[in-house]
Design a protein around this ligand. Structure first.
Ligand code: NDP
Length: 519
């Protein structure tokens, strides 16, 4: 066992440390959680909901403490720690407690077929057992917290592996549930490097909820498939925003600036490509540049700071390299760039707007993960949709228009898991909405009723009277064959064929029916 130190990216100040788990000890931890999960899985849905509601109440009381830790460990502006992370999870707990019991309750299945008269069926949603949650550093609270909460609502135990850069906030997730009385050991946090994540996928956890890069996501998905277990993969994005000529331009400018630069652009569903139609391009671009230049960059603990430091030097370098590459290829920097903030050792990038970018540039094809907004002027909405879809990613997209019907028509044509009309990405904060992508952006969904269903095994249970007997049981003979053929003709053949069916097979049908009843 070793230790992992956590640092404030804005100041370099050490914040604390956690014990790491040896990858070889991961299976034993999963076994320990499985012991506790057996009891948790027996609780009624309403009781599990009560624990989640209590977690929400205590979290509301601890709001300032959690938001401050989050901002200090990850570097996001303190306001965003509230708006984009902690407050939405409190709301999500209430939604789960309220709606979870109904969504996960047994559901009767209608058995309308004539051949199955008297049978009853239902779906039962059973916990998977222990699930793994492997988390990234960019939303180190809201992403894993939501997944842990959903897994618990469905009756599972959890092993959580936070990102190396944000271990303390990962640990605080466990504390939030345990403070509310969730049994100790039901949520276990395993710290360490990527090999701890890999050991979780190789352990006996029944499913892995992974959020992170495409490259690691493929590895996790393959490791799970090889062990006949599922995975939900929330991977990278390259979200486009399409600005139509009839957009409310001021609203589009403000919304796109927010979704492009929130969390210093380190957002999977941040806007990374803007396609604006030429009629409004000039006004839109000058509005975006003006609004971007007004953003305040600096100490994330300050209430009016809108952009904090990059989470790490590595992240800073990757983003600068992508921007330099685009400029070398002919893009124009309209504002922004690397920035020194006096009194802070953090690595900052002033929000950057690029124009003159082309579709082939790396900046338009690779995930940026920094405060950079490339804008492309297009001739038509049609061209915008084509370019938006010409990407390996498909997480989210937004369309900015006053025409709702047109926006919805365009939304259907976008290849992505989520489309927001006149907004972007906000629905991660609404637990009832599904979250997830298509193409390289991932597989499966978190949040919503679909996220809850990812956390259960669907068991189909049917009931028959103990005294009834099916006509298709042995012994087989010609009469049985003819009877089933006649039944098929009566049930599924056209009205015109019924007389013929009865004439040819009616006798067999009656004899088989009588035999079935006699037995
Ligand atoms: P990584 O893929 O590097 O890491 C994600 C997590 O996986 C970390 O906890 C990491 O541990 C762990 N890990 C590393 N290697 C393995 C392995 N072989 N097996 C299992 N787990 C492993 O991503 P980042 O943390 O850099 O996160 C950024 C990425 O996440 C971006 O691409 C972003 O788009 C994506 N993302 C997607 C979201 C979505 O909802 N679709 C939301 C947020 C982010 P360690 O930290 O120790 O390396």
């Amino acid at each position: 066992m070793g230790t992992l130190e956590s640092f404030n990216p804005a100041t370099g100040e050490p914040l604390g440390s956690v014990e790491t788990t040896d990858p070889g000890d991961v299976q034993a931890a999963v076994d320990d959680v499985a012991e506790v999960q057996r009891f948790w899985g027996e609780l009624s849905l309403r009781d599990r909901g009560r624990y989640l509601r209590r977690t929400a109440d205590l979290l509301a009381a601890d709001l300032d403490e959690v938001a401050t830790l989050l901002s200090r460990e990850q570097g996001k502006p303190i306001t965003e720690a509230y708006t984009m992370e902690v407050v939405p999870t409190i709301d999500g707990l209430h939604w789960l407690a309220e709606e979870g019991p109904e969504i996960l309750d047994d559901q009767p299945v209608r058995m309308g077929q004539g051949l199955f008269i008297g049978k009853r069926a239902r779906f039962a949603f059973e916990p998977l057992g222990v699930v793994g949650v492997i988390a990234p550093w960019n939303y180190p609270w809201s992403i894993p917290f939501g997944e842990v909460a959903i897994a618990l609502m469905a009756g599972n135990g959890v092993v959580l592996k936070p990102a190396e850069l944000t271990p303390l906030i990962g640990e605080r997730i466990r504390v939030a549930f345990e403070k509310a009385g969730v049994p100790d050991g039901l949520v276990r946090v395993l710290h360490g490097e990527g090999d701890v994540g890999a050991a979780i996928t190789e352990s006996s956890v029944r499913k892995v909820f992974f959020t992170g890069s495409v490259e690691t996501g493929y590895k996790v998905g393959a490791a799970c498939a090889a062990r006949m277990k599922g995975s939900v993969l929330e991977l990278g994005g390259k979200d486009p925003a399409i600005v139509c000529a009839d957009a409310d331009l001021q609203n589009a400018i403000s919304g796109i600036v927010w979704a492009g630069f929130a969390n210093a652009g380190q957002t999977c569903a941040g806007i990374e490509r803007v396609y604006v139609v030429e009629e409004v391009a000039e006004r839109f671009i000058s509005g975006v540049v003006a609004e971007t230049e007004r953003l305040r960059v600096g100490d994330p603990s300050s209430w009016d700071v809108e952009v904090g430091p990059m989470v790490s030097t590595d992240q800073h370098e990757i983003v600068c390299e992508l921007v330099d590459d685009a400029i070398a290829d002919g893009a124009e920097r309209r504002c922004g760039g690397p920035l020194e903030v006096s009194g802070s050792s953090g690595k900052y990038i002033e929000p950057t707007v690029l124009t003159g970018v082309s579709h082939e540039m790396r900046i338009m094809r690779e995930e940026i993960f920094g405060p950079v907004l490339p804008i492309v002027v297009v001739a038509s909405e049609e061209e915008a949709i084509e370019l938006a879809n010409d990407s390996d990613f498909g997480l989210g997209a937004s369309i900015w228009t006053r025409d709702r019907k047109k926006g919805e028509r365009m939304a259907r044509r976008i290849e992505s898991g989520m489309v927001w009309i006149n907004d972007h990405a906000y629905s991660h904060a609404a637990m009832q909405c599904a979250w997830g992508g298509v193409k390289d952006s991932g597989l499966g969904r978190t949040h919503s009723r679909f996220g809850l269903r990812e956390c259960v095994e669907v068991k189909n249970v049917t009931w028959n009277s103990a005294r009834s007997r099916d006509l298709w049981w042995q012994p087989y003979d010609r009469t049985l064959g003819e009877a089933v053929r006649a039944a098929a003709g009566l049930l599924y053949g056209g009205a015109g064929s019924r007389v013929k069916v009865l004439r040819e097979g009616g006798g067999s049908l009656l004899r088989t029916g009588a035999k079935t009843l006699r037995r």
